[in-house]
Write a protein that binds this ligand. Structure first.
Ligand SMILES: [Zn+2]
Length: 284
């Protein structure tokens, strides 16, 4: 997708700490305004509208929003989420207050859409991947649009070991219970950015490779993309990850194994993906 096609579409990336509001300007440059996420939902919507006005958009065409879930994108409802101060809020309010139409999706899907269309997955038809953060989000993007089932695909909660560590979802041994930042800190006593023990990273990479292989054999994507701050650890993670992944994914001939790639857009993936969502909409 070309940046000129995205002019007039606004992306909003909501996180527990901060909210980013962004657009592509007439020259195709990404402009972003950030502010601390408001504790009150109405105040948050007001702050978003103020930021859009500050960005000086000629004519706003639509707003795309990425938010932590659980959420119902069709109804634009965000349910109780541990990462945000709000309880069951409806983004219809933002539409009412601003007069611009609003689309909502979960943050992993939206970041994935950004990477798939404007980042590492550009030019590929079917992209799947994980967002590695406090939790493990999953996304699938087909033909430039987010894929949904009845609800979001929760591949971060695939069970890798039923006797494994307890997961926030109530199950044991989910992928998230092994490789999320919280799980890593719990198991190794250090958050991922301070963890330097190659043996620990080999264990983490082994579990992540299992998760990626399971996604590959269930969906056969063109590429698998990983996003999140943990990628800054580079070869500590990627060297053992690629080795395990290649060793485990036997069923496809090597030329058909989806490569595992690091995201390109960094912390801009969410806001870029939200702009793209505003443009392309949902497919179902
Ligand atoms: Zn789980």
């Amino acid at each position: 997708m070309r940046r000129e096609e995205l002019i007039g579409f606004v992306g909003v990336d909501i996180g527990g700490q901060s909210t980013r509001v962004g657009i592509f300007d007439q020259r195709g440059r990404l402009k972003v305004i950030s502010f601390p996420t408001e504790g009150n939902f109405r105040t948050e919507c007001e702050a978003i509208v103020t930021a859009i006005k500050k960005l000086n958009v000629d004519r706003v065409r639509r707003i795309g929003v990425g938010s932590p879930g659980p959420l119902d994108w069709k109804k634009r409802l965000v349910y109780d989420t541990p990462n945000l101060p709000w309880r069951k809020v409806n983004f219809g309010l933002l539409e009412e207050m601003s007069g611009w139409s609003v689309l909502l999706d979960n943050d992993a899907n939206v970041a994935g859409l950004g990477e798939a269309t404007m980042g590492r997955g550009r030019g590929k038809r079917f992209i799947a991947g994980f967002t590695l953060g406090t939790g493990i989000g999953h996304f699938q993007v087909k033909d430039g649009r987010i894929y949904h089932g009845r609800l979001d695909v929760e591949a971060g909660h695939q069970i890798l070991d039923p006797q494994g560590p307890k997961c926030n979802c109530g199950q044991r041994g989910c992928l998230e219970a092994f490789v999320s930042a919280v799980a890593i800190e719990r198991r190794y006593g250090k958050p991922p950015h301070l963890l330097n023990d190659p043996k620990a990273w080999k264990e983490i990479a082994y579990r992540l490779a299992q998760g990626l292989v399971n996604v590959a054999v269930h969906t056969s994507p063109d590429v698998l993309i990983l996003t999140g701050g943990m990628l800054a650890r580079g070869r500590l993670l990627f060297d053992p990850l690629r080795r395990y992944y290649e060793a485990m994914l036997k069923v496809y001939p090597p030329a058909y194994r989806p490569p595992v790639l690091a995201a390109q857009l960094g912390d801009k993936a969410g806001v870029v993906g939200a702009i793209v969502l505003a443009k392309v909409g949902h497919s179902d």
